[in-house]
Design a protein around this ligand. Structure first.
Ligand SMILES: [Zn+2]
Ligand SMILES: [Zn+2]
Ligand SMILES: [Zn+2]
Length: 652
């Protein structure tokens, strides 16, 4: 179907173009560079339905932040069962839909309410069609006016012919029911909206519906977002949908160059290959051929590594129609239902895991590997991977994350001082004198050149920078050199240093080289007398996820930190580094790490350095995944401030 000029204008105005190929169908392609963290385009819903009374029925926000704190939701005084932010939301909701159902006492399923809301929108649009004025066409970037949403919706595929007979029958039944509603019946007849129209609508909803999430990634509703539906799916997407109330924002989570396709994930990419393929086939009617699913893709080893052994593998998916029963919330609930014996084994691994010893043992400078003839434990797996590829999956793209850059906290030194210390004079065994103001022992310079070439000093160097800076330092904007805080381990060094694809590939190959027994948990072969567990499998991730929440609820911070670190490693494989799920987890890990330090009065520098890193990464990922107005970013900034203020109190 060809696109109308106003949709073309809207899309092109956001530096995008829709192209069609016989192989991939319609693809959304960038025409200009979209930097990581930028909002590529926004998408208005055709209709949404909230899944809980805790959220405004109109805008899906929980409560609104004002100068005086949070304002609770207001209840409709007539029906006393619907909640709204304020009078504005109530008025809009009343005009759109609530006036029809206020106080009628009928219970509707999500599918039913979504269909009714969409039909009401269609009728209203037919009554008051929107005609764009020349002003609207001139604004840059163009605004998504109602005609664009409506026309985009009419372009969406419905795959009705692909639906199995029993599903089609359900769609017809619901269409009949909705058409009998008094507020729909007459108008629908008048505008030629019949049973077939409603059946097609529902089928469109099924293969284009999206779960609306709040800032904590809890599912708060379901919605139809026609413009967002133009983007294709990938299990390794370069963009992600985040929500501002019910408005969908498509954010670049990778830098996207002109000519590159922009992709979103329709489903949780933390799931197994079999599960993803099944949902994509049964609900969206296509077979995924992304870099993770394709035999030639660079991420093809990942599903081999994480396996298929998900607990809810046998979950019945034959009965769903439109509502996604696979929301993250639901998955978390599913994942928390774990067998007690598996959890007991995991607890043993975590209790046995000595964070301090392993942190020292797997120090980046030492390049020590676990015994390749033994199964990995949760601890050795996590520390080995931490050593191998975090934080490099982030810092390959942002070298400043890799260096100490806070003079008040870390071992920075002025240009003239640095010039007097040639890099070659440091060796791996000597330790430079500790600056009294620094809580961290400055690390010796790495023997080999670091991971990144030194940043070149400004083009007009002052006399003190006339010699090139040592490899172990970076020239900062504030005129200081920072020492290289986190030297890259040999395994992650050239030729793969600028490419996280290579770092991850190397890590996946490493994991798969260890003996693993994915289907048995009763062979004591870890070398520590622990029962062997399939450490990098999804079933293990699900179990540790359960224990992580349990430990946080019980304020058992040392235990929670270990769970959080393990989950981080698994997420580094499963999600792109700046994916919202990653940002959310890093925020929890940073808080958990900080609580651990405070609660146990930890005085070990190795912990402090780790927690500082998780705070920095939480801040960086939250900024790019959610934006600086989001709670994750603000929390990370607060935590950073606390850390600076308290570190000397805590660490002495
Ligand atoms: Zn609202
Ligand atoms: Zn009401
Ligand atoms: Zn895929």
């Amino acid at each position: 179907m060809s696109l109308s000029p106003s949709i073309q204008h809207y899309i092109n105005g956001h530096n995008l173009t829709l192209t069609t190929s016989t192989q991939k169908g319609r693809t959304m392609v960038a025409t200009e560079y979209h930097h990581r963290g930028s909002i590529i385009i926004t998408s208005q819903p055709l209709a949404t339905v909230s899944v809980s009374d805790d959220y405004c029925q109109h805008c899906l926000r929980q409560s609104r932040k004002t100068d005086g704190g949070y304002t609770p939701l207001q209840r409709c005084s007539r029906c006393k069962s619907a909640y709204f932010c304020d009078m504005d939301c109530f008025k809009s909701a009343w005009i759109n839909y609530h006036r029809y159902v206020c106080g009628d006492g009928d219970w509707r399923t999500c599918d039913e309410e979504l269909l009714e809301r969409a039909v009401c929108s269609l009728i209203r649009y037919k009554q008051h069609p929107y005609t764009p004025t020349p002003n609207n066409l001139d604004s840059l970037p163009p605004k998504e006016t109602l005609d664009i949403t409506m026309e985009a919706f009419s372009c969406l595929q419905d795959h009705l012919d692909d639906q199995p007979a029993h599903i089609t029958q359900q769609l017809f039944d619901l269409a009949d029911k909705v058409l009998q509603r008094p507020y729909i019946q007459q108008q629908a007849l008048h505008y030629g909206i019949d049973q077939t129209t409603l059946v097609r609508l529902q089928s469109q909803f099924q293969c284009n519906g999206m779960s609306v999430q709040d800032e904590h990634l809890f599912v708060v509703g379901e919605g139809i977002y026609p413009v967002a539906s133009f983007f294709n799916h990938s299990c390794r997407p370069n963009a992600a949908a985040v929500f501002d109330g019910s408005l969908l924002l498509i954010k670049a989570i990778e830098p996207i160059g002109p000519g590159e396709e922009i992709t979103l994930a329709y489903i949780d990419i933390g799931r197994s290959r079999g599960y993803r393929q099944r949902i994509l086939r049964d609900r969206y009617f296509f077979t995924c051929d992304c870099v993770r699913c394709s035999d030639q893709g660079w991420l093809r080893l990942l599903d081999k590594m994480v396996g298929e052994d998900e607990e809810d593998e046998e979950e019945d998916i034959s009965n769903f129609v439109i509502s996604k029963p696979y929301s993250q919330q639901h998955q978390q609930q599913q994942r928390r239902r774990k067998k007690t014996d598996q959890l007991d084994t995991l607890r043993q691994h975590i209790n046995h895991w000595d964070l301090l010893t392993l942190s020292r043992q797997y120090d980046r400078l030492k390049n020590i590997h676990p015994d390749p003839s033994q199964s990995l434990t949760l601890g050795t797996f996590t520390h080995h991977m931490l050593q191998l590829f975090t934080p490099y999956v982030w810092s390959v793209n942002n070298p400043t994350l890799h260096y100490t850059n806070d003079q008040s906290l870390y071992s920075t030194t002025s240009c003239s001082m640095m010039d007097s210390i040639p890099a070659s004079s440091s060796s791996i065994t000597n330790t430079p004198p500790v600056s009294p103001s620094s809580i961290y022992t400055p690390l010796p310079a790495p023997v080999s050149p670091p991971h990144h070439p030194p940043a070149s000093p400004s083009s007009t160097p002052s006399p003190s920078t006339s010699t090139s800076p040592p490899y172990s330092s970076i020239f900062l904007d504030n005129g200081f050199y920072a020492q290289f805080d986190d030297p890259c381990p040999t395994a992650a060094q050239p030729p793969i240093q600028h490419d996280y694809q290579s770092i991850l590939t190397k890590a996946m190959e490493t994991c798969l080289s260890f003996p693993a027994n994915p289907h048995s948990t009763n062979i004591p072969s870890t070398g520590d007398g622990l029962l062997s567990i399939p450490v990098f499998r999804l079933s293990t991730l699900a179990g540790v996820h359960h224990l992580f929440y349990e430990a946080m609820e019980n304020k058992h911070w040392p235990f929670a930190v270990k769970c959080g670190l393990y989950i981080l490693i698994q997420y580094c494989f499963l999600y792109p580094p700046y994916h919202p799920t990653m940002a959310h987890h890093l925020a929890m890990l940073a808080k958990t790490g900080w609580n651990f330090i405070v609660q146990d009065s930890i005085r070990e520098k190795v912990y402090a350095r780790g927690v500082r890193r998780w705070i920095a990464l939480a801040k960086e990922t939250a900024k790019l995944a959610f934006g600086t107005r989001d709670c994750h970013y603000k929390e990370a900034v607060n935590l950073e401030w606390l850390f600076r203020r308290e570190h000397q109190l805590v660490l002495g």
